[in-house]
Design a protein around this ligand. Structure first.
Ligand code: GLN
Length: 479
């Protein structure tokens, strides 16, 4: 069944009365029933609420009421984002029976816009991973090649969008989890500036790095969804009020300079297929009239090591709340003392990757090691941030945006990297620096005739989502 709707096409079709919102939601559920068994994008569905929400939008339309751009749009939500009364597992057995007590701020905003939530999507447990193979429940397959991973950790959301099992989705990105799966599945993914979108109601992994963002079929849709969820929130003190403006589609090209970081091509083991794709994208931007300039981000090589100290440190603290007493009980009747609670709940509830990171995080924060690891990593993080500041510095003839690969390789085979964690960690080398620096970046599919999907990223200055989205739209519409 072909639905192939973007948010924009869906909205236009609704307005022209070509279809009803409830019909489209039903069609998506039929499609999910027929096709998701082989993909495994969804962990849970909420048909009753979705259909009744869609009917409400249909009633508004019949009554000739003005409707919001997102009204009735069937979305998929990563299962680490809370929707009141719905299961929220973060793909962890420890939260198998947990139902969210409140809405995340992004959900509240989307509910106010009358969006429809089809269901919750699979991820690496607590968003820790790059392939969705770390889910405590099931593996998600890449719709472009079922033997391959969809990327991670928002693999379920990216697969749902790529397989057209929803119109658009939300994911979260701590070290690449929106952009890398978007790249692997040939869809668009936006990681907003740290602070642009409220994290309230996102299950915290590493609080100084996490951001929620859209995964969509087009750059235009990413912009629509981003505009709906962004903004300051009193429930997240790191959120910021800023004026993101939708750029004029004739956004100036003359004089806009795109930087190409040379280290990304020298380090990180870029595959032939990816470097070929990136060369094509660079050529297209040159043809469009953009100026291309080589730049240097000299501390890139330390980014993965730095991230794998800061992220586990924060995650070990954040995950302490799953103490076996709150949120869920797995088989509580056997338990007679505290030690048993830990073995039973944390021992069985957490998967191996999560345990590894909790142990690592606890170690780097322990007295005697704190300065050598955690404090040092914070200093390295500053150097990485400064690399970007220098590259963008207008007084030093800096560039406007940076173009880079999303991942060193195309989607790998299921099982190919599970036995080599270092190899898996290194696959985030091009996405992690952006989170450490708190910048916005969008992953866009390279337009090419054949082969597996290749994504490129446009990295912007903090709170300049408008620029990367505008330049992304130039590529989307004119190449
Ligand atoms: N793959 C990275 C990790 O495992 C990033 C995950 C994410 O962005 N949530 O930590």
């Amino acid at each position: 069944m072909e639905l192939n709707l973007t948010i924009k096409k869906f909205h236009e079709g609704l307005q022209k009365k070509e279809f009803k919102a409830a019909e489209i939601a039903e069609d998506y559920y039929r499609k999910i029933a027929a096709e998701d068994e082989k993909i495994g994008a969804y962990l849970s569905l909420d048909k009753t609420d979705a259909i009744s929400q869609a009917k409400k939008v249909d009633a508004d339309l019949s009554a000739d009421k003005e409707i919001n751009f997102l009204a009735g749009a069937p979305l998929a939500i990563k299962d680490n984002i809370l929707i009141e009364n719905e299961t929220a597992t973060a793909a962890s057995k420890i939260l198998k029976h947990y139902r969210a007590a409140y809405d995340a701020t992004v959900i509240k905003k989307l509910k106010e816009a009358d969006a429809v939530f089809l269901g919750k999507t699979n991820l690496d447990e607590f968003a820790m991973g790059s392939s969705t193979e770390n889910s405590g429940f099931k593996i998600t397959h890449n719709p472009r090649d079922l033997e391959r991973v969809p990327g991670g950790s928002s693999g379920g959301s990216a697969a749902a969008v790529a397989a057209d099992l929803c119109v658009a989705a939300l994911g979260s990105d701590t070290g690449g989890s929106i952009r890398q799966p978007a790249g692997f599945c040939r869809v668009v993914g936006l990681k907003p500036t740290y602070g642009a979108v409220s994290r309230f109601g996102l299950m915290a992994m590493a609080s100084s790095l996490d951001q929620i963002g859209p995964i969509t079929k087009t750059v235009e849709d990413a912009e629509i969804l981003f505009n709906a969820i962004k903004g300051v929130d009193s429930l997240d003190s790191t959120s910021v009020d800023f004026k993101h403006k939708i750029q004029d589609p004739r956004f100036k090209i003359q004089g806009v300079t795109i930087g190409i970081p040379k280290e990304y091509f020298q380090e990180g083991g870029l595959s032939k297929e990816v470097s070929g794709g990136i060369d094509e994208a660079i050529k297209s931007f040159k043809k469009l009239g953009f100026e291309i300039k080589e730049i240097s981000l000299p501390h890139t090589k330390y980014a993965v090591a730095c991230y794998y100290i800061i992220m586990p440190a924060e995650a070990s603290t954040n995950l302490a709340r799953y103490d076996g007493l709150r949120y869920s009980r797995i088989k509580g009747e056997k338990i007679t003392n505290l030690k048993e609670i830990y073995f039973d709940q944390r021992g069985e509830g957490f998967g191996p990757e999560v345990k590894k990171r909790i142990i690592l995080g606890t170690f780097v924060l322990s007295s005697g090691y704190y300065d050598a690891y955690y404090a040092k990593a914070q200093k390295v993080r500053r150097l990485i941030k400064e690399d970007f500041e220098k590259a963008f510095d207008p007084s030093a003839n800096g560039v406007d945006v940076i173009l880079a690969p999303v991942a060193p390789t195309t989607a790998f085979k299921i099982g190919e990297k599970t036995t080599d964690p270092l190899e898996m960690y290194l696959s985030d080398i091009f996405t992690i620096p952006v989170n450490l620096a708190g910048l916005p970046a969008i992953s866009i599919p390279v337009k090419k005739e054949s082969g597996l999907p290749v994504g490129f990223q446009l990295i912007g200055k903090a709170f300049c989502e408008d620029e990367i989205l505008s330049i992304g739209k130039q590529y989307e519409n004119n190449v």
